[in-house]
Design a binder for this molecule. Sequence first.
Ligand code: T6T
Length: 315
Amino acid sequence: GVVVPLALAGCGSSGSGGSGGGSGTAGKSITLITGVKSDPFYITMTCAAQAEAKAKGVSFKADGSAQWDVSVQKPLIDSVGAAKPSGLMISPVDTAALTPSLKQIQSSGTKVALVDTSVTDPSIGITRISSDNVKGGQVAADALAKEMGEKGSVIVISVKPGVSTTDDRIKGFTQEMAKYPNIKVIPTLYDNDLPATAASQIQSTLAAHPDLGGVFAGNTNTAQGIATGLKQANKEGAVKVVAFDAEPDEVTALKANTIQVLVAQDPAAIGTQAVDQLVDAFNGKPVTASIGTTMVAITAQNINDPAVAKYLYKG
Ligand code: T6T
């Protein structure tokens, strides 16, 4: 794994370490490993974490998988195990497969903060910071039901089974949709975080279910693929789409009415708070085991509200 200088992640300024650190931060270092390096959600998180680390006088590095895949992320995590930074911020791409590597890192003295995604084993991490993804799935279901006039068939397209965030979103969505007797939920499809796969899945779903009225896109790449697939099928606006996240292409699709609702997260807050928690841990201060960050439902009506602006991801 090549460690990407942060200027390349589009944060504006690079550099590690700052002048504002607390007494215990001298010589401390944090490494962040995200799910997918090029994903605007993680770029936004990375830039915020970098700025916060600089403000706290901690050196900071970031890297991320080239794709959503355990075999791609594991070597990156294991290289952190060898480097032994003071802190690791990690978005594991699987709830179980990376636990042994993380256990080892933790037992060598590195403080671990789980950011966005998490693992099932409760012994991993001094803190876990994410959106309430079950709640986000419920919000998505209610918004989609409303868009569909509370009738028709819906499908969820998502990343992979075994991802904490998207599994929770599907759980919340499915539970909430059970409240709408005239909506039928078609079994979930998984696109491995590949937009082209999502595009062909939405087209084959349309062919098999001509009454398809709505789609819940579990994350950014899925939403992009669905938008493309619906355009190709001439179903934009006819099939309603509620998608997680708010990266630039999704915002464009919202403005074009290809997507009707975005459930936006606050990845910058996740990044900032993880750095703060790790620095508190370095200084022997108490930490918070579980922190929930906020979300907002964005529509064409509120997209230009100043309060919504902070939820739009960096490209
Ligand atoms: O939805 C986010 C993130 O919360 C999820 O864990 C993975 O996908 C994203 O990064 C968006 O692509």
